[in-house]
Write a protein of this length. Sequence first.
Length: 333
Amino acid sequence: MPVKLSVEDRTKSNNAYDHWAQSLDAYENSVQVSAFSSKFDAWLVKKYTFTADERAGYDLFRGKGNCNSCHLDGRSTAPAPTAPNAEDTGVAANVTPVFTCFGSANLGLPLNPRDAFFYQTTPDPFGFTANPLGFGYRDLGLGEFLRSGFGTWASPNQSWRRFAPKQDGRMQVSSARNVAMAPAKCGGGTDAPGPYFQKEFFHNGYIKSLKQLVHFYNTRDVYPFDVTSGHCPADKVEKVNCWPMPEVPNNMDMTVGKLGLTDKEEEQIVAFLRTLTDGFTRPYPNRDAFAGTCATGGSAKTQGNETLIPTPLLPPCAPEVCGLSPVPSPPIP
């Protein structure tokens, strides 16, 4: 229900919201957030020369890897998996590309049983229960929002609701910029053996290193198994040659999953991703302020696997999620 205000008070309220939006815009455009001070930005203006692996990684990023079809870099995608003989006839961007299409995609990530949300099934000290559905919850992403579904705010346009089944499982495409950012003291970045700063990637944190991230894009459909996380066959290694089934199988992006990249090519894409980290031409003044501990040891391929836990037997998708009209098609188990 809209709050009834006098004309004078409504004007004051509108002005306050306008100023709030302007301050957010100013912050997002500031050098603290939109620095554009990476090696890639320096390369665009011919003030940095890629290493051989960085250059090869960039060529793969906008070609065989098909990365820039979503993480836009101002170039065409060629040769692409669907057009192996195509050539890139574009030119390098003369602006600062943001490496996202601002769209949504379902990459087919497995359900992550370490996501704390699945265990928030009892009231907190304020009486709020974040997830009474427990493991009956499935994250339908954009489709859930269009239905004004469980855990989401009301969709601003109810006429969009009919499009929900075609959007189930789709999550916002993040920028690839600063994906490798880590504290200066963790000189190995985000990947083992380090010293590295442990991050979690994708919307549910299932992936633990950039190497795993690229390997997932490359081999999701090469090593699919009809199991949940923590239940790969004994002779397989999860995230290496076993990918558990997707949490939401509907509307999966099939332009990735079987890219045919070699292990070396995966590493080269990781090398390129590291060139997107801001702070190269204009270092951050607080870059050495991290007081935590960097992790060491292990392999980027299996990073985080020591903390894998078996997914419990999943109940059917709760009606509060999968029973809202128009229901997911096909039904989500």
